[in-house]
Design a protein. Structure first.
Length: 75
Protein backbone atom coordinates (compact mmCIF):
# COMPACT_ATOMS: atom_id res chain seq x y z
CA UNK A 1 0.00 0.00 0.00
CA UNK A 2 3.01 2.27 -0.09
CA UNK A 3 2.13 3.74 -3.49
CA UNK A 4 -1.61 3.01 -3.43
CA UNK A 5 -1.67 1.67 -6.98
CA UNK A 6 -4.68 -0.49 -7.80
CA UNK A 7 -4.63 -3.05 -10.59
CA UNK A 8 -7.66 -2.96 -12.83
CA UNK A 9 -8.71 -6.51 -13.64
CA UNK A 10 -12.09 -7.94 -14.43
CA UNK A 11 -12.65 -11.14 -12.49
CA UNK A 12 -16.24 -11.35 -13.67
CA UNK A 13 -15.16 -11.65 -17.29
CA UNK A 14 -12.60 -14.28 -16.25
CA UNK A 15 -15.48 -16.31 -14.82
CA UNK A 16 -17.68 -15.67 -17.87
CA UNK A 17 -14.87 -16.77 -20.19
CA UNK A 18 -14.26 -19.81 -17.97
CA UNK A 19 -10.64 -18.81 -17.37
CA UNK A 20 -11.39 -19.41 -13.68
CA UNK A 21 -14.32 -21.44 -12.31
CA UNK A 22 -15.36 -18.87 -9.69
CA UNK A 23 -14.10 -15.79 -7.81
CA UNK A 24 -13.72 -17.67 -4.53
CA UNK A 25 -10.76 -19.60 -5.92
CA UNK A 26 -9.00 -16.36 -6.86
CA UNK A 27 -9.27 -15.05 -3.31
CA UNK A 28 -8.14 -18.42 -1.94
CA UNK A 29 -5.09 -18.34 -4.22
CA UNK A 30 -4.28 -14.75 -3.21
CA UNK A 31 -4.67 -15.66 0.46
CA UNK A 32 -2.27 -18.56 0.08
CA UNK A 33 0.33 -16.66 -1.90
CA UNK A 34 0.21 -13.57 0.30
CA UNK A 35 -0.29 -15.44 3.59
CA UNK A 36 -3.57 -13.60 4.29
CA UNK A 37 -6.15 -14.44 6.89
CA UNK A 38 -9.86 -13.58 6.56
CA UNK A 39 -9.24 -9.94 7.48
CA UNK A 40 -6.45 -9.71 4.90
CA UNK A 41 -8.71 -11.03 2.14
CA UNK A 42 -11.43 -8.66 3.29
CA UNK A 43 -8.89 -5.85 3.01
CA UNK A 44 -8.19 -6.82 -0.61
CA UNK A 45 -11.89 -6.76 -1.41
CA UNK A 46 -12.47 -3.43 0.34
CA UNK A 47 -9.49 -1.86 -1.41
CA UNK A 48 -10.90 -3.03 -4.73
CA UNK A 49 -14.21 -1.36 -3.92
CA UNK A 50 -12.50 1.86 -2.87
CA UNK A 51 -10.40 1.96 -6.06
CA UNK A 52 -13.38 1.29 -8.31
CA UNK A 53 -15.29 3.84 -10.33
CA UNK A 54 -18.54 2.83 -8.65
CA UNK A 55 -20.83 5.47 -7.25
CA UNK A 56 -20.49 6.33 -3.55
CA UNK A 57 -23.82 4.55 -2.93
CA UNK A 58 -22.63 1.38 -4.67
CA UNK A 59 -19.33 1.49 -2.80
CA UNK A 60 -21.14 1.83 0.52
CA UNK A 61 -23.43 -1.12 -0.32
CA UNK A 62 -20.47 -3.29 -1.36
CA UNK A 63 -18.49 -2.38 1.74
CA UNK A 64 -21.48 -3.35 3.90
CA UNK A 65 -21.88 -6.65 2.04
CA UNK A 66 -18.20 -7.51 2.34
CA UNK A 67 -18.11 -6.64 6.03
CA UNK A 68 -21.25 -8.69 6.69
CA UNK A 69 -19.82 -11.67 4.84
CA UNK A 70 -16.57 -11.46 6.78
CA UNK A 71 -18.47 -11.33 10.07
CA UNK A 72 -20.40 -14.54 9.25
CA UNK A 73 -18.99 -17.52 11.16
CA UNK A 74 -17.41 -20.22 9.02
CA UNK A 75 -19.42 -23.46 8.74
Amino acid sequence: MKHKIALDICLTSSVALRVVPDLYNEYAIAAGLLDLDTHGVMGLALTAVDASFASPETKAALRTEISSYAATPAP
